[in-house]
Design a protein around this ligand. Structure first.
Ligand SMILES: C[S@@+](CC[C@H](N)C(=O)[O-])C[C@H]1O[C@@H](n2cnc3c(N)ncnc32)[C@H](O)[C@@H]1O
Length: 207
């Protein structure tokens, strides 16, 4: 499974870097990848209940913005435990699959997260396995903009699949000016590759 994930991640990486500048080409590339089933394995991957459990530690009944949500099939959102879910992805095909889930209290947008402004403010903004599909300056710029999309109790949750391979993005997260706490799945601990970073604006950081 993880070899498949690595192969899918690497496959097309040089092409992605070339077309990323054009939102339209970027969208075509992601749609093609979903059409080819390259990301199908993500739908069964990991423990999809982790993001909601983590969010509930600071915001019960949260309003959630999921940037680069993909199909969102792997995200466990229990009915009644969230107020609203808004998923955004550049791939129309992925959003089509997400919409077909018919989640209650959910809305979606096909958009480029590098320039997207959401209609509301959120208790949690998710960036699950998406930050490394931006350039390093784009990722830094996005993290600068996101606090303006949060409620007073809001925080940002960034999931990185392989912290070693994504060192430069981990550095962007640590340098973004927000308080950063790291959570790793207990079964892997510090040795694991998977990590969740909770980014807290100063105004809501613990005294
Ligand atoms: C590896 S997938 C992760 C999907 C989902 N977050 C998950 O963890 O299952 C990366 C997703 O980011 C989306 N994406 C990449 N660049 C994007 C951009 N500039 N704007 C919006 N979505 C983007 C892709 O379409 C894809 O669905």
């Amino acid at each position: 499974m993880s070899r498949l994930r690595t192969t899918a991640g690497l496959l097309g990486a040089p092409v992605r870097a070339l077309v990323r500048r054009s939102p339209r080409l970027n969208a075509v590339l992601w749609d093609a990848q979903y059409a080819l089933g390259m990301w199908g394995y993500l739908d069964e991957a990991g423990d999809g209940s982790v993001p909601l459990s983590l969010i509930e530690t600071w915001a019960p009944q949260p309003a959630i913005l999921d940037l680069g949500c993909g199909t969102s099939v792997n995200l466990a959102l229990r009915r009644g435990r969230y107020r609203h879910y808004h998923g955004v992805d550049i791939s129309r095909r992925a959003i089509g699959t997400a919409r077909a889930l018919r989640r209650p209290d959910a809305s979606y947008a096909v958009a480029d997260i590098r320039t997207y402004t959401p209609p509301d403010r959120y208790d949690a903004i998710l960036l699950r396995e998406v930050i490394y599909y931006l350039s390093v300056p784009e990722a830094a710029d996005l993290l600068r903009r996101l606090p303006g999309m949060l409620t007073a109790r809001g925080r940002i949750l960034v999931q990185i699949y392989d912290v070693q391979r994504s060192r430069q993005f981990v550095a962007v997260i640590r340098d973004c000016g927000l308080e950063v706490t790291t959570w790793r799945p207990p079964e892997t601990g510090d040795a694991g590759r998977d990590a969740f970073f909770v980014l807290t604006p100063a105004a809501v950081a613990e005294p």
